[in-house]
Every structure is written in C-alpha cells, then in structure tokens.
Write a new protein. Structure first.
Lengths: 260, 430
C-alpha cells in the first residue's frame, strides 16, 4: 500500500476514523470508485457521508469497515490498522449494511442470538443484549415471529438492533432508512441521536439531504470518489452562501442524472 | 468454540424451518435406492443371474420334450409349459414378439421320432472305413424377443444348447453301448460283461470329471445367499444423496452473499472458517441421517419388497467413518460451490450436473468394471468413487479399516482442499 499524503496532519488521539488518500478501482471500470479519499471522524461525532448515486459512499464505508482493502492509502480505526488488528477493530465496530442482513426464516430473537454469539457475547449478558435489542427495535411482541413476516420498517429496525449488539464504539450505517415509512424512520432517527448522545461515534451514509441535516453534527459531501466538502451543516451553509444544503449539494455535485 | 456451536445451531434451525428442502434431501435418495434396486433386480433376471421365464410348447409330445424339460429343470430357466392342443407356433411367436415373454422353445411334431431314427443310424456305416456319415440334426425351435439384452440371449442359448448336447451325447453313448454289446456278442462274449451295459452308461455319464469352483474374492465374508446389488445400492445411493446436499449448502451461502448477511458476517470478529465449520457440522448431521434412513430402508423395507436385506454386520465403526468423511467431502464441495458461483441458478445447475457426472463415473449408476477403459481410468477422480470403493471394500469384500485408509484419506484431502479454496474465495468475494 502506498503511503498517505505526507502533507495531511496526523490524526489526533480523539480520532476514531482516519482515512488517508484512499484509491479504489473496480474491474471493468476505468473510473476509480474512490480517488484520493481522505477523512477524519472524531470521537462522539455523528458524521454524515452525503453523495449522489455511484459517488463512492458504499465503497468508502466498505473500506473503512475492513470489508475489502483499498488499492492504496491507509485506514486507521482508533489508531489501529486492519492489517495488524482486524479482530480488535471488529470488536469495537458495528455495521448496519444497506441490504437487510438478517435470516428470513429465523425469528427476531434467533437472529439477535446468533449474531450476538458471533460477536463473542454469551450467557446472561447475551440475554440482556437480546432483550435490549428487541426493546430498541420495538419488536418485543414480535420476538418469536420469523423475520420473513416483518414489514420493511420492522426489518430495518431489527437490522439496526443487530448492529448494536456488541455496543460498538463506532457505528457505521449504510443508508439505514431506505424504503421505510415515516414512523419507522422517525424512530430510527431518534434512537440514533440517543446512541450518539451516549458517546457512540456514528458514520452514516445517505443521499437524503434533509436526513443528513437533521442528524449529523458534521457532513462530508462525496462525489466521483473524492470528498469535495465537509463541515457542520451550519458552517457549510455560511461558507458557501447557499440558502440550503440541497442547493449546496447540487452546486457541488452538479444537476446531471447519475444513473451509473 | 462458542461461535462454531452458534453457527451450527443456526444452520440446523434454518434446515428445520425449510421442511420442503429437508424432505427432498431425505426423500430423493430414499426413493432412488428403492427404485434402482428394484429395477436392478429385474436387470439381474434379464442378464440371467436369476430365473428367466421361457415358454415351452411341445408339439411332439415324445421323449425328446420330456428329456429337455428334465435337463432344463436344473438351470436358471423357468419353463412355462403351454398345452399343445390349444397353442401353436404362431402363438409362441406372438407372445415373444409382443414382449410378453422374451424366449420361447418349440419341440416340432415328429422331433422325437426323427431324433431316435437318426440316433439308430449313427453306427450303421459298416467297418469304420471311409468318411463318417452325414448326420441330420433334429431341430428344436427357439424364438427370441428382438429387444432382448445380449447377455440374456447368450445365457439362455447356452443353457438350451448345453441341455440339447447332453441329450444328444446320452443318446449317442446309449447307442454306442448297444453297438458294443452286439460286437461283443458276435465275438462270443456275454453282452452283460460290457462296461457300458444296462443302466451304467447314463449314470456314469452324469458324473462330472471336471467342475468349476466359485469363490467370493479373498474374504469369503459374504455368503452366497446375500445379494450384492442391495449391498452396493444402499451405500451408492446414500452417497449420491449426501453429495446432493452440496446444492442446499451452496444455496445457503449464496442467500447470505446476495443479502446483507454476508457483509454483516464479514464485519464481525469471526473467521469464515468458523462459519464453514458450522455449515459442515450441521450438514454432516443431515448426511448421517440420510445414510441411516437408507440403511434402515435396506434392512427393513427391502425384504417386504422381495429383496434381500441390507446388512452392516462387519466393521460398523469403519462404515461410520466412511459416512462421516464422505459427508465432509460433500459439505466441502457445497461450500466451494457457494463461493465459486454467483447465483443459486448457477450453483444448482453446476452442482446437480457435477454430482450426477461424478456419480456416473464413480460407479454409482453402473459398476466401474462395466465401463469402458477410459471411463474406468476417469473414475478415480470422482469423490463418489472413493466413498463407494470404501463401502464396497467393507460391505462386499469384507475388508477392514486399514484397507480403505487410502480412500478415506482422499475424501479428507478433498474436504480440506475445497474448504481452503473456499476460504481463499471468501477473501476475494469481500
């Protein structure tokens, strides 16, 4: 792996996510999915990664959570690299994938039980976490029902609860509110704010601008695999002189359709 | 260890919830083993290893027909006697051509008289000088179904020919005895002093001077009463069923890969090897149950279908080890398929085709010794062949564990290689 950009400052002790000059190419695609992508997320931040379709959000999230490596650049989570301390990083990491990561024929409780055990939790502690997860997802009454019988909103809530089983220091969510009703979205938003208030650092990808504005303490706008702007929603608006984030977003990313 | 238990328990839960899939996994080999064994029972008849029904119409009603019936009574031909007053040659032809019977034998009218007359003329050629006289053979007519297998045709023909030759020789010797007695009388000796006089000749003739002693390989473990197709088919089709579990294993991996589950699992502090082990242990349990079910069918259902029972009296631990290692090989292949393919359609097509091909070249459907040389050489690459050879060594040849270690080693190596390849692929599939 090539060394990162030497002119970038070293991440501080509160830096939870530190990505330097990430580059990623996919086969059969000349355009890089990530191109000199650099990002720091500090302890306790609710960081929103905002970008149009195909901007590189999911690729960035995947590299930052160790799902696959970048072609070049470096990633450190709480100062640790995936090459050296993959298991240690995974113990403090919670990932909520964009696609529902649950077994349809298992019940809500069985899903929580299985993923909890894979996180290394057992005994009474596991029982408590499962109960907390069911309450968090408002699925206590549906604990013994197969996931296949759930609505999309219920699945999304359970998907999130599973990601929280190991009480992660860093919670990474990839578009967790896609395709759900306003009630479930509102519940998820409130719960995420609460988790963040309790000290969990959150990295959140979305292409809903109002969602990012409502939730995030800091936003990064990604386009063509590069972070083109970042800052708090208020600061971004002040610096750009735009009336709202959508105007700024369209100004930075353009108005042409992104069908790739 | 907790994670392996969790992965195994999850797989077993998923299997329990998929009752249709589970039913297919057990029903498919169970139905196949019953059907194929019953079909092969019939094939054994067709190839002459069991009694074959032969229509027998004696239009002559003389000694020749009676002698032939007597000779054939000790063969594998089961004569169905037709009444000459009600049936004729056309009926026999119609019955054989129509497929109702495969073979028909007709003793033509006047055959016994012609045979006796010709036998009497056998030594009427003077003092033995000059050419031997031309004999006119009395024909017995044989009708054979054109669709008959070559093995059955030659088997039936050989037995009929042997019976006719025996009758002919007995007649010739009897005639010779008579001629010898006459010659001795002319020379002034008492005919009773002839060694071929009276009833001695046929009795002497029937005593064998040469015989064929058959042995069951070098073990002698299987008695003649045990019927090999059952001992072969039960493990063969159990193996086939076991290797078919590769498809649901691949399906379960593809379901995980094509949803967010795989991403979630990859982000958890757990090695893919732990997840593979969970799958292998759970499906190994399925394979063991499959074998047990098929063995029970062989032991208890087969006798009620008129087949001999399947027996596992020898080396039960070696048989269990063979089942376990065959199951692991099947699981390894399923895991590999799940990671090598991109969709369930791909995995099910490739999986079923490859398992059927491996079964075919491995000797599950047709014994390896009955295949062409090229296929026999190819059969050694089939994991089903390794498993089947081990089972045959244990169940048919009566060998012990030490004799099948090489086949067991191959199965274990196949499992290890497929799992390692899958681990590598899991890294790539990230």
């Amino acid at each position: 792996m090539k060394p990162g950009n030497p002119y970038l400052p070293e991440p501080g002790p509160d830096c939870v996510v530190s990505a330097r000059s990430l580059v990623k190419h996919y086969k059969n695609n000349d355009r890089p999915a990530l191109n000199d992508f650099t990002l720091d997320v500090q302890q306790g931040e609710f960081f929103g990664l905002l970008g149009p379709n195909g901007a590189g959000k999911t690729t960035a999230i995947s590299i930052l959570t160790g799902l696959f490596p970048a072609d070049s650049g470096s990633v450190r989570i709480r100062g640790m690299s995936f090459q050296e301390k993959e298991h240690e990083i995974k113990r403090i990491l919670g990932l909520v994938p964009q696609d529902i990561g649950l077994y349809d024929t298992l019940t809500a409780r069985e899903n929580l039980n299985f993923f909890g055990k894979l996180c290394g939790i057992s005994g009474r502690k596991l029982g408590e976490r499962i109960q907390q997860g069911l309450e968090f997802a408002r699925l206590t009454e549906h604990a013994r029902h197969p996931v296949a019988t759930f609505s999309t909103g219920m699945k999304r809530r359970l998907n999130l609860a599973v990601g929280l089983l190991n009480e992660p220091q860093l919670l990474v969510l990839d578009e967790p509110c896609v395709g759900i009703d306003a009630q479930s979205r509102h519940l998820i938003h409130e719960q995420l704010k609460e988790i963040n208030r309790q000290g969990t650092t959150i990295l959140y990808t979305t292409h809903y601008i109002e969602e990012a504005q409502e939730l995030c303490s800091r936003i990064g706008i990604i386009d063509n695999g590069r972070l083109v702007e970042q800052g708090s929603p208020v600061a971004l608006l002040q610096q750009s002189g735009r009336g709202n984030l959508e105007e700024l977003f369209l100004h930075l990313t353009g108005k042409e359709l992104r069908d790739t | 260890m907790l994670k392996i238990f969790a992965a195994t328990a999850k797989e077993l839960l998923l299997l329990r919830r998929d009752r249709t899939g589970l039913l297919v996994l057990f029903l498919m080999p169970a139905i196949l083993v019953v059907l194929i064994t019953l079909v092969q029972e019939n094939v054994m008849e067709l190839t002459g290893q069991k009694k074959t029904q032969v229509l027998f119409l004696d239009l002559d009603q003389g000694d020749l027909g009676k002698s032939l019936q007597k000779q054939l009574a000790t063969t594998t031909l089961d004569l169905v006697l037709w009444d000459e007053g009600q049936k004729d040659i056309a009926d026999i032809q119609a019955a054989v051509t129509g497929g109702g019977y495969q073979v028909g034998v007709v003793i033509p009218k006047g055959a016994s008289a012609r045979f006796t007359e010709e036998t009497a003329r056998l030594f009427q050629q003077g003092n033995g000088k000059g050419k031997p006289r031309e004999m006119t053979a009395t024909s017995v007519q044989l009708f054979v179904d054109p669709g008959i297998m070559a093995g059955l045709r030659s088997g039936v023909t050989a037995q009929l020919q042997m019976a006719l030759t025996t009758i002919g020789l007995e007649a010739k010797l009897a005639q010779l005895g008579g001629v010898l007695a006459q010659t001795m009388a002319r020379a002034g000796a008492e005919p009773e002093q002839s060694p071929l006089a009276g009833e001695k000749l046929p009795a002497l003739f029937r005593q064998p001077l040469l015989d064929l002693q058959e042995h069951q390989g070098d073990s002698g473990a299987i008695g003649a009463s045990q019927y090999k197709p059952v001992q072969q088919n039960v493990p063969a089709w159990a193996l086939f069923g076991m290797f078919f579990t590769a498809i649901p294993i691949a399906g379960s991996i593809l379901q995980e890969r094509n949803s967010g589950i795989w991403i979630r699992l990859t982000a958890l502090p757990v090695s893919p090897l732990v997840l593979f082990t969970g799958k292998a242990v759970a499906y190994m349990g399925v394979c063991l149950c499959q074998f047990l079910l098929i063995a029970l069918i062989g032991a208890f259902l087969f006798p009620s279908l008129g087949l001999p029972p399947f027996t596992v009296s020898m080396h039960p631990m070696a048989i269990l080890l063979t089942v376990v290692l065959s199951s692991l090989a099947a699981c390894g292949y399923g895991i590999f398929l799940g990671l090598a393919c991109n969709s369930y359609e791909q995995a099910s097509t490739l999986g079923s085709t490859s398992v059927v091909a491996a079964a075919a070249i491995g000797g599950v459907m047709v014994p390896v010794y009955a295949m062409p040389q090229v296929m026999q050489r190819l059969s050694v690459i089939s994991p089903l062949n390794w498993g089947l050879t081990a089972f045959q060594d244990l169940l048919l040849r009566g060998y012990s564990l030490s004799a099948i270690l090489d086949d067991l080693g191959r199965l274990l190596l196949f499992f290890a290689v497929t799992v390692l390849l899958s681990w590598k692929l899991a890294g790539i599939r990230k």
